[in-house]
Structure formats: structure tokens, C-alpha cells
Design a protein around this ligand. Structure first.
Ligand SMILES: NC(=O)c1ccc[n+]([C@@H]2O[C@H](COP(=O)([O-])OP(=O)(O)OC[C@H]3O[C@@H](n4cnc5c(N)ncnc54)[C@H](O)[C@@H]3O)[C@@H](O)[C@H]2O)c1
Length: 289
């Protein structure tokens, strides 16, 4: 007799009036098992961590196993641990909105337990990025400097614009964020510059400040500037300045919810991924097509 996998699956249906019944707590994994995804939120006491928690608590497909945060406050109905190693319970995926200093422990935790990791934190150093790539050789790892659908579409439009405009337009990226943001330029500004780089017919040099350069702008430059103030959630503008004409592509975020929605969408996608590798929002969006 072959192996028999015994499992008890409870599916509840919500039936309201004449509307079709909606299954609660149902999500298909690669193995076809219907289950409620168990997520861990890293940085759970922070602004984004709390936004993710509030959305996840209202999501029928998700349950929050734990939070990780050096500021281990119990704000919601799930336990919060100061360090990942303190939590030995089950989880299907970890969503991280914390700081680059959390990376080492998180990677060790996820590698040891083979739990896919969704990295939404920005400001990683080259060493951090190297560690992320190394981990992705054996673990499914998702990383995106911006989780919003609109920004990912903007990156695509930037790429297409650069392919058409080529050498004849100067490319500049400008971003504005709230006064609390510590890294500059934003991960998204770099992501947009990288999108331009992929399509431009030259290797651009990123210029972060012009004060010390007393010289005219060179055509191979991409200027990246950052403004910080107040409570601005996030604005990103890509400017194509040509001879007597300018094209501006701009995205404005009005609330953090858009990032949290994208992060949970990525979490659901990554929980079903078994192949190691580095994934990003394009994989999530393509999977929906
Ligand atoms: N990818 C995106 O779309 C996106 C969107 C918004 C914010 N972010 C990034 O997410 C990160 C968090 O943003 P925020 O506004 O919530 O910041 P925040 O300062 O409000 O929250 C960060 C949280 O991380 C915790 N923390 C600090 N060090 C830690 C460690 N070593 N281990 C575990 N937790 C630790 C802090 O205590 C805090 O609760 C930032 O890097 C930000 O740029 C990314």
C-alpha cells in the first residue's frame, strides 16, 4: 500500500442571500491542499508592519503566526518576538518591513526552516544584497523596493520610454517622502533608475548630488534627487527632458495600504513557490495573467 497522507481540512462557506457561496479560508498551494496561510510579520511594531497586520487580520485566507520586532510590543492578537530564533511555531511565509539590520537573523531563520521570505525593507548595502542573492540559491526569496502595482507599471513605462527616447532625452528621477524616512534616495527611485538603465542605449552614471560638481550635465547621467518632509507617503517622478519638450511620468501614493496589499499578494504567491530563486513583483503580476 502506498503512503497515505491523512489530513483534516475544514472549509466554511459564506452564503448571503442569492449571491454565490464564497469559500472561507481557502487557498490552493502547489500540492493542491486547501489551507489557511500562516504568515510572520517582521517589523510588526512599525508603521508598515501594523498596516500589514491590520489587512492580514481581515483576510480570510491568512492567519498571523507571529510578529518579529526588536520593539516586541503585543499590539494585536498574535505573539511578537524580539528575535526570530525565539519563535519555533509553524509558518508558510515571512513578510518583512523592518530595517536592513534585521536581515542576517531573518535569512538564517528562513534558510534553516525553509520558509519563503518576502523582503520589502529598503536601504540594503551591497553586502546585504550579496547575502540575499546567496540565500536565494537555496530559498525562494522575494524582494521589491516598491510593492505597489502603480509603481511597477511606472517602471515598465519608464523602460518603454527609454527604449523610444534613447539618447535624445535626459533622464532624471525625483522622489519625495515623509520626514521619518532614513534612507535616501528611496529604493523605488533606484528601482526606476534601474528600469531606465535596462533600456537605455548607454551605461548611465547615477548622480545623487550636484553641489560638488561644477560642470554641465553629461548625457550619460541619471540625476536622482530626494526631498524629505512632513507626512508625504511617497511620490516618484521620472522626467525625460529633451530639446524644447519634457515628458513627466509620476506616481503618488496616498496611503501605505497599497504597499501592504502588494506585500500580502506577494506573500500568497511566495507561500506556494518551492523553487529557490529571487522573485519580484513582475513574477506576482505575471502569475495573475
Ligand atoms: N517595498 C515597499 O513598497 C516599501 C513601502 C514602505 C516602506 N518600505 C520600507 O519598509 C521599511 C519599514 O518602513 P516603516 O515605515 O514601517 O518603518 P518603521 O520605522 O515604522 O518600522 C520599522 C520597524 O522595524 C523594527 N526593527 C528595527 N530593527 C529591527 C531588527 N533588527 N529586527 C526586527 N525589527 C526591527 C522597528 O522596531 C520598527 O518597529 C523601511 O525600510 C521602508 O523604506 C518599503
Amino acid at each position: 500500500m502506498g503512503n497515505v497522507i491523512a489530513s483534516t481540512i475544514s472549509i466554511f462557506y459564506s452564503c448571503i442571500d442569492d449571491a454565490p457561496c464564497v469559500p472561507l479560508y481557502s487557498i490552493y498551494t502547489e500540492k493542491g491542499i486547501i489551507t489557511m496561510l500562516k504568515i510572520i510579520i517582521s517589523g510588526s511594531s512599525g508603521h508598515m508592519g501594523r498596516t500589514v497586520a491590520e489587512l492580514a487580520l481581515n483576510d480570510r485566507e491568512l492567519t498571523i503566526s507571529a510578529g518579529f520586532d526588536v520593539d516586541a510590543q503585543k499590539l494585536y492578537n498574535f505573539p511578537v518576538y524580539a528575535a526570530p530564533r525565539e519563535f519555533s511555531g509553524a509558518a508558510d511565509v515571512v513578510v518583512d518591513f523592518s530595517t536592513p539590520s534585521a536581515l542576517g537573523d531573518l535569512l538564517s531563520y528562513c534558510l534553516e526552516r525553509k520558509i519563503p521570505l518576502v523582503l520589502c525593507t529598503t536601504g540594503y548595502s551591497d553586502n546585504d544584497l550579496h547575502a540575499i542573492h546567496k540565500a536565494a540559491e537555496t530559498l525562494p526569496v522575494f524582494r521589491s523596493g516598491n510593492m505597489s502595482l502603480g509603481i511597477n507599471l511606472l517602471a515598465d513605462l519608464v523602460k518603454r520610454s527609454c527604449a523610444v527616447l534613447g539618447l535624445s532625452f535626459d533622464v532624471e528621477v525625483a522622489e519625495r517622502h515623509h520626514r521619518r524616512k532614513v534612507d535616501a534616495p528611496s529604493g523605488t527611485a533606484l528601482m526606476l533608475a534601474d528600469a531606465a538603465r535596462e533600456a537605455l542605449p548607454y551605461e548611465p552614471e547615477y548622480i545623487h548630488e550636484r553641489q560638488s560638481r561644477r560642470e554641465a550635465r553629461q548625457s550619460h547621467e541619471i540625476g536622482i534627487s530626494a526631498v524629505r518632509g512632513g507626512t508625504i507617503v511617497g511620490e516618484h517622478e521620472v522626467i525625460f527632458a529633451g530639446y524644447d519638450e519634457v515628458i513627466e511620468l509620476k506616481h503618488t501614493a496616498f496611503s501605505r495600504d497599497i504597499f501592504a496589499v502588494g506585500a500580502l499578494r506577494a506573500a500568497k504567491f511566495m507561500a506556494g513557490v518551492r523553487n529557490p530563486g529571487l522573485y519580484d513583483m513582475r513574477d506576482v503580476l505575471n502569475s495573475a495573467e
